[in-house]
Design a protein around this ligand. Structure first.
Ligand SMILES: *Cc1c(COP(=O)(O)O)cnc(C)c1O
Length: 449
């Protein structure tokens, strides 16, 4: 059979609300054309993010009733710890309320002004936490990553030669750790190969530098390895994940992605001394080490989610359904970042709307039109978000896990193709007000006449 079906049936449903095109035009005006400023109840299909938006399973909801809400020594923590230890092999598991809290604690303990932290591509919170401490965040993606149209099976790989060059230039003593983001979120959800992780590991080990994984989408990365990397065809996702984590000295993790949880995260390390310092910081700002800012029931949901996400039926459906959206719009001539990644499809709005200059935000124009036309919310990843540091003008369609069915995605495809038909009519936008930091969340736009 070639039809891939959702590997679940639906027990509890949540209505979504239809609005008219006139209502949406008015809502857009009230929101100053910033989709973050539109209330969720006015969104029909929400592809803003895959973070914290997953549907939990019956097993996760059942486990939540077992949540042990004790302040100290919660049973739920020990259940989560056992799952994480078996998966990753790391000695210390430090729970945090989400991924960026794990980052803040890790970098606070390891980074000083003058330090340099290499990554394939830093996620925005990762970069911000490093820069906040006065250290420098350096992206070292492979050359193919710069071309949205280039096809490479592991476009998230780190440029190992560039890493060697950086270490030689700044000296290993100024590099407290090297990070690899799996999958590479800011680089289009592209995977990193096991061979690349091993190569980076060899370099870091030679220089005595610890290697950490930013492991938010580890399971999606694992599936790409199983499908694309010679030698792993007959491995289970869990076996590949176990090998991947054992090449690293620690990891940060946001449970809002590949653990299907609505909140949560953790930090792992094999270093006893670091773990001690990290735990002290944790108690200061997050909570006692057996809950780390989460409820006991959150720990339970994560423990179950971490096991469910490695089900091959789920991963096949997940990666295939993301590619389904990408292939159907690309086949009709909509330029996307190739090949489709794990959690999202990125439309190259710079290419799709060449008549709108960068400073008039082509991807924002597309986001607004997609909402006006069909009630779909997406997010600009380009000059609005990164200013003149933006490499491309992308529109991201992030797919929440286990939430939308194929007919929802068919509707999204149809909407995009209809907008594409009259793309020449789309106009640019200008910013009329912006805050000092992270302007994309709250800035106000005006259509350019
Ligand atoms: C989401 C994400 C983070 C941060 O996690 P939060 O739970 O949102 O704080 C860090 N790195 C990557 C790659 C992410 O996708």
């Amino acid at each position: 059979m070639k039809t891939i079906i959702e590997p679940f049936r639906i027990k509890s449903v949540e209505p979504i609300r239809f609005t008219t095109a006139e209502e949406r035009a008015q809502l857009l005006q009230q929101a100053s054309y910033n989709l973050f400023q539109i209330d969720a109840r006015h969104i029909l299909i929400d592809l803003l993010t895959d973070s914290g938006t997953s549907a939990m399973s019956t097993e996760q909801w059942a486990a939540m009733m077992r949540g042990d809400e004790s302040y100290a020594g919660s049973e739920s923590f020990y259940r989560l710890k056992a799952v994480v230890e078996e998966l990753t092999g790391f000695r210390h598991v430090i729970p945090t309320h989400q991924g960026r809290a794990a980052e803040r604690i890790l970098f606070s303990v390891m980074c000083r002004p003058g330090h340099v932290v290499p990554n394939n591509t830093h996620f925005d919170t990762t970069r911000a936490n490093i820069e906040f401490l006065g250290a420098e965040a350096v992206d070292l993606p492979i050359a193919e990553a710069a071309d949205t149209q280039a096809w490479h099976p592991f476009k998230g790989n780190m440029d190992v030669e560039a890493l060697e060059g950086l270490i030689a230039r700044v000296g290993p003593e100024r590099i407290p750790l090297v990070m690899l983001t799996v999958t590479d979120n800011s680089g289009g959800g592209q995977p990193v190969s096991m061979a690349n992780i091993e190569a980076v590991r060899q370099v870091t080990a030679r220089h005595g530098i610890p290697l950490y994984l930013d492991a938010c989408r580890f399971a999606e990365n694992v599936w790409f390895i199983q499908q694309r990397e010679p030698g792993y065809e007959s491995w289970t996702p869990k076996q590949i994940a176990q090998k991947m984590f054992r090449l690293a000295d620690g990891c940060t993790f946001s449970a809002k992605k590949d653990a299907f949880a609505n909140i949560g995260g953790f930090l792992c390390t094999n270093d006893d001394r670091l773990a001690e310092q990290e735990t002290q910081l944790l108690i200061l700002t997050e909570g006692y080490p057996t809950y780390g800012g989460m409820a006991g029931r959150d720990l339970e949901a994560i423990a179950v989610g971490l096991q469910e996400v490695l089900d091959p039926d789920y991963l096949r459906y997940r990666i295939t359904s993301t590619a389904y959206l990408g292939r159907h719009i690309a086949a009709a001539g909509v330029p996307i970042v190739e090949p489709p990644g794990g959690h999202a499809i990125y439309i190259d709005a710079g290419r799709m709307l060449p008549h709108i200059p960068r400073h008039q935000f082509p991807a924002q124009s597309l986001a607004v039109e997609l909402y006006r036309h069909a009630g779909i919310r997406s997010v600009e990843i380009g000059s609005v978000m990164f200013g003149d540091k933006a490499h491309h003008e992308l529109l991201r369609l992030a797919i929440p896990r286990r939430v939308y069915t194929q007919s929802h995605i068919d509707y999204v495809v149809e909407a995009i193709l209809e907008v594409n038909e009259r793309r020449h009519e789309l106009r640019g936008y200008e910013i009329v007000w912006e805050p000092r930091f992270l302007r994309h969340f709250s800035c106000r736009f005006r259509p350019v006449r």
